[in-house]
Design a protein around this ligand. Sequence first.
Ligand SMILES: [Zn+2]
Length: 189
Amino acid sequence: MHTAPPPTIDTATGLLRGVRQVLATQCDARPPDCLPTLIVVHGISLPPGEFGGPWIDRLFTGALPAAAHPYFKEIEGLRASAHALIRRAGEIVQYVPFQLRAWHAGKSEYQGRSSCNDFSIGIELEGTDDTPYTEAQYGSLAALIGALLAAYPSLAPERIAGHSDIAPGRKTDPGPCFDWGRLRALLGG
Ligand SMILES: [Zn+2]
């Protein structure tokens, strides 16, 4: 079986080597001296429940055509991004260099600290709360987190949270179908 080599990160640019880059304009600098200390796992599908298609790329680059779907009209003007997306077949797409602040968490709090975008890295999994994520997605997520831990010593495997953990009552992703035990096992602990 052919498998892609594990991703690595060029810390000078904050970019993954060998993955598709669709660089978002919807990002900005982290606050001064603010290192990433948290990894946030999300789930996303556009339109909700549909996989594939160009729409996540378009949302994160501020180019989602409101006329293409009633849901897109609903979220018109939403300015959001994540550092990376893992598609159903395990393909990783990067939108924001890791040293920059992506706009994925919204109003949020982790261990008493608010505004999680400032100090986190956001990874989206293409999926829904109630659809099992794929084997390939767990593999790519573990490989990506491994690359992040290797590149950024400020991160730690103990500090990985779901969007629902940092915005309870407001966000439910990655949802009950996300298997945290499986991710931890893949990360080796
Ligand atoms: Zn989310």
